[in-house]
Every structure is written in C-alpha cells, then in structure tokens.
Design a protein around this ligand. Structure first.
Ligand SMILES: *[C@@H]1O[C@H](CO)[C@@H](O)[C@H](O)[C@H]1NC(C)=O
Length: 420
C-alpha cells in the first residue's frame, strides 16, 4: 500500500512540468506586480526626510554613515528610533492595500544585520522590519526584502548608506564575502515564509556604469546569491526554497542579461530595472510629451532579457527639483545649480507640496503615471519609488492618491491609448 502510494506520487510528479513544480509566494508567472517602495525608512535618504538631516545642524551629515559618525550616539539613536517608529506604520499598510497594491519593496542596509571594522552604523532596524512583515501579512501585501547597501558601498550613492565618489564594494573580496553572509542570513530567515516574503532583492543598483570590473563582480554575486537564496537549507543543500531571487541590471540594457542565468537551469529569478528621467541635464529639459514618449519607447526592454522583468524603481516626477535629491546641499539640474547643468526653469510648482502644483501639472503626472504603468505591465509589473517623502509630493505615491493623479484602483485608465 505504502509502495503503491509512493509509486503513484512519483508517476504523478514526473508528469508535472518543471516550471509548475514551484509555488512562488506570488504568482509572478501570471499576475502583475503592482507596488510601492518604502523608501527612506530603514535606510535614511536626505531627500526623503530632509528634516532628519537639517535637525543635526551639521553639514557633514549627508548619509546614514555620517549620521551615526558625527553625532553623539544617543542623540543619533533617539532620532533614528523616533523616525523608525513614525515614518511607516500600520496605517500605511492599510492605505497601500486600499490602493490595490500587492507588493512593497523594503530597502534595508547590511548594517542592520552585521557591523564590523569600526563602522559607525547604528542597529535596530530588524525590529521594525519584523513589524512591517506582521502588517504585510494582515493586509495581504507581499514584501520584497531589498538589500540597499553593501559594505564599501556598491554605487557610492547616499542611499547605499555611504556616499562616495567611487564605490569600493567590488574592490575587495572581503566586502563581497560579508554581503554573501548577510544574504544567507536574510534567506534563512524567510525561507519558509514565502507567502509574506516571496522574493529577495540581493543588492540594489550595483554601479555597472563604472565598468566591467563592477559588472564581473556583480555577476558572480548574483550566481552566489542564487545558491544562497534558492538553496537556503544548510541541512540539505539540494533542497530548494520557493524564494525568488531579484537581480538588478546594474544599469546595463535588459537585453544584455539575455544569456545570464538561463531558464530552466535557473528558475525563480526576476530582473529588476530602474527607470528615471530626471538624472541627466538632457532629460530634465524634455517636454511633457517627450517624457511620455520616452517611456512608451521602453516597452521592448520589458521582455528583452527572457527573465521576468519588474521595474523596481521609477517615479512620476519629471524634474530633479526635490530638495537634496542629488545629495544634501547639492543643487539641481532643472535650475542649473548642479555641476555641468544649464538652467531649464524654476522649480516652483514642480516639487514640494501638491497644493503648489498647477492643474495642468497634475494632469501631466496622471498621464505620465499611466504611460509608465501601462509600459511596465508589458513586463511583470512595477514598484514606484516611493510611498512618502517629506517635501516631494511629485515622487510620493501617497500624495498622488490623496491629490488625484494616482487612482485608488491601479488598473483604472483615463489614458488607455497613451502609448499608442
Ligand atoms: C571569501 O570567501 C571565499 C570563499 O569562502 C574564501 O575562499 C576567501 O578566502 C574569502 N576572501 C576573503 C578576503 O575573506
């Protein structure tokens, strides 16, 4: 009887195509990701919460590293705790669910898990990550845990924890090894909770634009992350979890990842690409219609890699006017105050509070939002950057909902034919 049952099971399972052998925590093969990033919460960003930085009264404090380095530790810890307690709460998850979204992407730095070598980072983020997971489960929102900062910084951006001209993550194997250990910790923590954490983004935005050395280290890191995330059971290293690995395109064309991690040798991998039109002098000078056309033109990128492709960061903003967006104390391209830029016009009415936005600008934000979500759903979906920002409603999903340029039903269209 027992033998017959096992034989039956074996016969049955061999008839199941391999692609259906896994039950992902979210049906990425059939449903679109519609989500928002919880930016500026567990990883500080000067432009998302300028007040946290201004309140220090110290202009050397430009990222989370210096936030911890140049202040009394108790003062810094109290400010961080107050921020962690209030920036994202259960009410935010309630709104995110009410807005018809199915995912949040939660940036967190390596320093939440491991600090060494005299690094000044202050810990305590994990408790808040855990709270977010409880709220996510309650409101049926899937959480992507996104490693946003690695030792040495993978891109030199302030949002990696440490701003620097040239990043050093890829220059030392010890940095990469430490990152692998953090990924193992994260994978182990969530390997049996894929209904809440269906996917792990192993590293945000490694700076492939610096050259092949970064890209080669990044590719090896993705391969190692595949093993660490998809095979997290140390007692049985052949056993897979249902956790999906998300790799970033390292700012290379999605088509360039076409031969990387080919299916079906590799399963459960999402390619993350980020699309912004605000970080070059050329782009901030575009007309409204140029912005919309440029994003519609990206449709081919959504299917070019052969992997599930999600646009894990993008925004409806069309300028780089948001305070501190280019770094604390740094100017912007739109007004020509950023090095190498030429003034396009005044930032008044383009960022800050929505109450300063004209009717026609808000109408543009709606058209641009629809053009983007329509385009990105030609792939596997989208995750807007970001849910909240203190002084940049042009970026904030929450402000878009409250002020009408983002619909409460994310599939509602006023401009269904906008991309032709
Ligand atoms: C990194 O990890 C590899 C594999 O475990 C090991 O062989 C190597 O010595 C480590 N390198 C450093 C610099 O820690």
């Amino acid at each position: 009887m027992r033998f017959a049952f096992v034989a039956l099971l074996t016969a049955f399972s061999s008839a199941i195509p391999k692609s259906l052998a896994y039950t992902w925590g979210f049906p990425y093969e059939s449903q679109k990701v519609r989500g928002v990033n919880l930016g500026g919460w567990l990883v500080l960003e000067p432009w998302i919460t300028p007040s946290l930085f201004d309140n220090t009264g110290d202009s050397r404090i430009i990222d989370e590293y210096t936030f911890s380095q140049y202040q009394n530790r108790d003062v810094a810890l109290n400010a961080l705790r107050q921020h962690w307690e209030t920036w994202i709460t259960e009410a935010d998850f309630q709104s995110i669910a009410a807005a018809g979204l199915n995912h949040v992407r939660l940036p967190i730095g390596y320093w939440a898990f491991e600090v060494s070598n005299g690094e000044p980072y202050i810990q305590g983020q994990i408790e808040y990550m855990n709270r977010a997971l409880v709220w996510a489960q309650k409101y049926n929102i899937k959480v992507i845990i996104d490693l946003h900062g690695a030792p040495g910084s993978q891109n030199g951006f302030d949002n990696s924890g440490q701003k620097m001209d040239y990043p050093t993550w890829h220059t030392q194997q010890s940095n990469v090894n430490r990152t692998n250990e953090v990924i193992k910790q994260i994978a182990n923590r969530f390997k049996d909770s894929t209904g809440i954490v269906p996917a792990i983004a192993a590293l945000n935005e490694p700076a492939g634009f610096f050259g092949q050395d970064v890209i080669q280290v990044t590719k090896q890191f993705w391969l190692d992350s595949y093993n660490n995330i998809r095979y997290p059971y140390s007692e049985d290293t052949t056993r897979t979890s249902n956790t999906v690995l998300i790799i970033h395109d390292a700012f290379q064309p999605t088509s360039s990842w076409n031969d990387f991690m080919p299916y079906p040798t590799y399963e459960g991998v999402i390619l993350d690409t980020h699309i912004y039109q605000v970080f070059s002098p050329n782009q901030v000078a575009w007309s409204e219609e140029q912005h919309i056309q440029a994003v519609c033109n990206r449709a081919g990128d959504m299917t070019a890699s052969g992997m599930w492709t999600v646009v894990g960061e993008w925004c409806p903003a069309r300028t780089d006017c948001a305070k501190y967006l280019n770094g604390r104390g740094v100017g912007n391209r739109y007004e020509g105050t950023y090095p190498g830029s030429t003034r396009v016009g005044s930032c008044a009415g383009f960022t800050g509070k929505a109450s300063t936005f004209s009717t026609s600008y808000k109408a543009f934000l709606r058209r641009f939002w629809e053009a983007q979500t329509i385009t990105y759903e030609k792939g596997s979906g989208w995750i807007q950057w970001t849910w909240k920002a203190e002084e940049a409603d042009d970026w904030a999903y929450q402000a878009g909902l409250e002020n009408g340029w983002i619909p409460w039903n994310p599939t509602e269209r006023l401009h269904a034919g906008i991309c032709g």
